[in-house]
Design a protein around this ligand. Sequence first.
Ligand code: ATP
Length: 243
Amino acid sequence: MTMTPAAVALHGVSRTFGRGPSAVTAVDDVTLDFPRGGWTAVMGPSGSGKSTLLHCAAGLERVDTGRVLLGSTDLTSAGDAELTTLRRTRIGFVFQSFNLIGALTAEQNVALPLRLAGKRPSRSVVRATLDAVGLADRARHKPRELSGGQQQRVAIARAMVTRPEVLFADEPTGALDSTAARTVLDLLRAMADAGQSIVMVTHDPGAAARADSVVFLRDGRVVDRLAGADARGVADRLAAWER
Ligand SMILES: Nc1ncnc2c1ncn2[C@@H]1O[C@H](COP(=O)(O)OP(=O)(O)OP(=O)(O)O)[C@@H](O)[C@H]1O
């Protein structure tokens, strides 16, 4: 039997900031699979290492020890140039603060990763990607002319335009009101149902409950994993680990 590799796999990954007595081990010997075609939420108390883990898994941050595999590609042995290409072609990243370029329209923001990859963006591909997030009619709008939820959907379109293997999202609903958050979570759910691998850090049990499974971190270590829980179940488990 051939095993489908995980979308992303971490083997014994550690990342420490600083040295000496003030050193902080943000990620401490983590071994973890993010399944292909699944949506995984990462939760844990503030400072438990969620963002650092996400950055290491996405190749945005180097690890000190251990290995990170994107499919069967070892990110930890990739050189800087190779890693940059990998990030631009095989990984999508969405931030809490959207990080759109204010001077560019929605469609220009979405086209940007293609330009950075040295491709000539096709208008039909860009429009189809905006259409997929429900914003075909906002293509010519600048970010300041869009609501927060719309801006985040443009950011998701920008992350998806290269058809990445994995979409990483760091608190994608953290800056949104509950209605806008629901729109973004509905979009991520539809993407996961269509087979997109997604890894999302969140503080919100309601958001985590929309994922297929939830990984809990504490002090840089994976302490628990939950599948198919509702918001109440996620909140109860989180509270147990925060005690
Ligand atoms: N660049 C850095 N330099 C020094 N320390 C860092 C750096 N990045 C993170 N840390 C430390 O590593 C630990 C984990 O941080 P991280 O941001 O990964 O946690 P988090 O769980 O995402 O937190 P939060 O929920 O508050 O965003 C914290 O103690 C933090 O202060």
